[in-house]
Each structure stands twice: as C-alpha cells, then as structure tokens.
Design a protein around this ligand. Sequence first.
Ligand SMILES: Nc1nc2c(ncn2[C@@H]2O[C@H](COP(=O)(O)OP(=O)(O)OP(=O)(O)O)[C@@H](O)[C@H]2O)c(=O)[nH]1
Length: 576
Amino acid sequence: MYRLIFYFALKETIDLSKFPVDRIRNFCIIAHIDHGKSTLADRLLEITGTVSKTEKNKQVLDKLQVERERGITVKAQTASLLYNHQGQQYLLNLIDTPGHVDFSYEVSRSISACQGVLLIVDANQGIQAQTMANFYLAFEAQLSIIPVINKIDLKNADPETVESQIEKAFDIPRAECIRISAKLGTNVENVLQAVVDRIPPPPVSTDGPFKALVFDSSFDHYRGVVANIAVFGGRVRRGDKIVSAHLGKAYEVNELGLLRPEEHPTQKLFAGQVGYIIAGMKDVKEAQIGDTLYLQEQPVEALPGFKRAKAMVFAGIYPMDQSEYPGLRSAIERLTLNDSSVTVQRDSSMALGAGWRLGFLGLLHMEVFNQRLEQEYNASVIVTAPTVPYKAILSSAKLIKTRRAVQKNMVYIDDQRVMIKYLFPLNEIIVDFYDLLKSLSSGYASFDYEIAGYQAADLIKLDILLNGRPVEELTTIVHTDRAYSTGKAVCERLKDSIPRQLFEIAIQAVIGSKVIARETIKAYRKNVLAKCYGGDITRKMKLLKRQAEGKKKMRRIGNVEVPKDAFINVLKRKDK
Ligand SMILES: Nc1nc2c(ncn2[C@@H]2O[C@H](COP(=O)(O)OP(=O)(O)OP(=O)(O)O)[C@@H](O)[C@H]2O)c(=O)[nH]1
C-alpha cells in the first residue's frame, strides 16, 4: 500500500520538461476512418502506463460524447508517453488526429508538429481513400512513415495482400510493415520500438529564440483558451510575454505543461516538447490552428503553412420556437468558442424567424455541430439544406457550359482496387454523394476530397412556393440542365413530407416567374379524438397534448405546417 503511494509520488516528480531532445519522438497516427487509430492510441497509453488498464476499451483519446457515439475522432487529443527502450527512457509525444476529410487541415497541422507517422491500414479492408490522402500529407512533409497493419485477429484478415498494396502504392518495402491487433494488444510493443528506432528526434535548437506551433486549441470556461503547442525552438516559462504571429497580440503565460493525456503543469517547456499553454486568450480565434507563438522580446518569422479555416458548407439554423432564440444563441456561442472554424452570421427568414447562417468545413462537421447542440445544450433546431459558396458574375453573357464531373486520372492500387480522381462541383457531393457511393458499391468504395477552386458554370436559382409564398430555406442553386428534374423531385418529396391540412396546399417550383413543376396536397382534417368514445377526460387531454407536441415539431410557413426534417430531406436525391 505504502509502496504504491510512493511510486505514484515519484512518477509525478519526474520533470518531463527537462528531457534531452535526442530521446524525444513526436509522432501521430493517421488512418482511414475506423481502421483502428483510437484503439491503437489507447493501447499505447496503456502499455506505457500512461493510463491504467482499468480504463481499457474506453477510448481515452476520443473525449467528446459525439465522438464516442459515432466512433469518430472530431477533435485531436494529445498525450506524452514515457517508454523504456534498451535501458533508456524516451518521451514519446503522440498527437491524435481527426480521421475525417472535413478536418484535413487539422491533420496537416498535426503532421507538421511531428517527425513520423504510424500509417494504419485495416488488414481486411486494405488501402482506402483517406489512407492515400493521409499518406501524401505525411510524404510531402517528409516524415518517417511506419506502416501498421491492424486487425490481424479478424477472420478475413489478409495482411499479405495489404503489404503488397502498401509496397505498390507507397513504395515502402513490405518488411517495414508491422502486423498488429490493436484490440488484443498483439505486437503493439513493436510499434513503440519502431517509433524510437525509425523516427528521428525533433530537429530543434534549445538555444535559439522561442518558437511554437499551435496545432489545436480549446476553450475552458475558467481559464480561457488552452492551446496545444509543439515547441520548435528555445523555451518558454510561466510569466513570459508571448505573441501570436497572425494577430500580433501579446499575452502573459499563466500556465503551461505536458499532456498525459490530462494536463501536467511544468515550469517550462523546451524545444522538442509538445504540451499546452494558457495565456489569458479569451477566444479560440486568438490561438488558431497553424499559428506561431514567440516571445515578445524575441520576434521570429512565423512557421509556414498557416491557413485560416475556410467554411465550405453553409446552412441556416433556427430555433424550433422563437422563444428559444436566446438559449440557442448562447449554445451556439459556447460551441463556437471551442471551434474557430465555424463561421456565424445572424440571419432571419419570413418563414422561420430569427436565426443564423453557419459555415462549416464539411458536411460531417455540420452534423457533429448540430448533434452537439442537441445533446449538450438540449437545443431543438431546424437546419436548412446545406449549400456551398458560389462566385456570381452578374449580367455576364458568356458563360462556359461545364460537365458536372470530369475524370482526371486513374491509378490501379492492385488488381482489385482502383483510385479514380474526378473534378466535381462541390454542390454535387455535399448532400448525399457519400451515402450513394457506399450503397452502389455495397460499402466497398471510399471517397475523399479536396477543394480545387472556383469554376464557371451554368447555374440558375430555383425557388419553391407553398401556397404562393416563397420558402427561402428551400431555394437552391442548380445547374440549368437539372432545374426541371430537381424542381419536380423537390415538389414530389414535399408532397410526401407535408401532412394534409385543413385546406388545399399548392407546392410550386419556380424559376424567375415561370412555374416549372407543381404538386397539390388535398385538404384533410385529422380529429385525434375521433376514436375516443365516452367522456374520459384524462385520455382526451393526453391525445390533445400529444398532438400539440407533434405540432411543435412542425414549422408554420404562412398558414402551412411543415415538418422540421423536410428542409433537409427534400434535397436528398433518391432518384440518381
Ligand atoms: N477485430 C479488431 N477490431 C478492431 C481492432 N482495432 C480496432 N478495432 C475496431 O474497429 C473499430 C474502429 O476502431 P477505432 O479505433 O475507433 O477507429 P479510428 O480509426 O480511431 O476511427 P476514427 O477516429 O473515426 O478515425 C472499433 O469498433 C474497434 O473496436 C483490432 O485490432 N481488431
């Protein structure tokens, strides 16, 4: 009992910040979604004694509730591990990266804080779209790449084939692949040894001026912004005055330390270290991912690669009931405090009242944000169909007609797998492309995208009217060739989504003043008390209450009640 207490006390007194640079390794884990990144991270934490075995299977690094539920990593988490190798103690800084394409900028910044990566490939699924995209990010950053073939315990695991794919696609000798089962812990120790042997220590100088890269940041209600940093040069101490390069603002360091993965405060952070810093910043926009921090008295040039997060998918968000507006406003404010990549603009609509127009990195990012609003803040919201940004040239007579998708190239990864690159209008892939691709290929195809810039196209505005009133939230920009079919499909789907009401409802799709499609919903009266014979008042009250609650899920547009899901569902193309 006493020995145990002594051991913990000793462990905490080791000053990790004084670690010699040649015994530090900074690495991250990259993989296609679900290939086992978080499971491997947990095993590494466990083997190195960073977390206890009792927390096994809890996915320590996937903290957010949405992450647990969806099994995806949204926010990167970091942990410093102590590892004994051939009688020497090493400090291994593991930076967990988000796996989804929406967060590829975060992945690229995490990568730039590292000298090596573990590239995980599922032994059953083999190389997938994000394996390729992530490999190129690591390759271009000239990192040491350790291929790890995971899930070898699966009945259908085929590590031989996956090794051949890795050799062919990435030109990495198959002998360098490590076969593991992150779930069972098989060979995971070999991964740690490879991290020490194959990844170089950070090429930094402790003598130069302090320079650090912000690769993640979050907001704490009591302490303000907590920025995760990788120190590229010099050292920083509590009380130092630091400056963030892109805003040029100065701050005093209140607290700093290492992440194990919980915060472990230290007096200083040295070049080569990865840790956190708290310096009185009030908004995550003051510590943007990719920004550089330096000492006020020793200015340095900013590290390359900084990009302001750019929203590519926009949607309107409105409270179900206007009385919920103040609550929703504070929920959005709190959530965006932690996510500087969401853009917020106040908006209002005739039909839905006051609300916001929010911009997201991608569709998953938007869905996660909405789910968090509902789960963490109990907010009941209407989300309009997502749109993408366009650049419009007004009154231009010469527009070039483009095809909707253009094939760019095709590469065979092996005799069963092919990677095809297309140039797509973003609008074509945001609503339901991924679902469609998965269902058409019975789950075999995977997909990844990057933004290729703006291109001229023959586009037109399609309005939807309900009993003659335009419903702004259903207005879309469509390709001229698709205007008629989209208008017709939206009208048909709205007819299915809107319940019959006491009067007839006309649904029209309109271009300019021209009606291109129309559906009619016949009048109907639903009497919820119809089946309620006799005078049981409590039962009647219950039924009326349920009807009132049902109505709450509806939105009134003019005199027409529209279910909240209709705003997004009608744009999903089931007909392709
Ligand atoms: N059989 C088997 N299953 C595994 C193994 N490693 C992970 N899994 C399972 O694969 C699924 C995905 O694992 P995660 O670790 O969440 O995958 P991830 O790559 O972190 O996913 P994202 O964070 O969404 O990118 C989970 O159900 C794991 O239990 C393994 O070695 N064997």
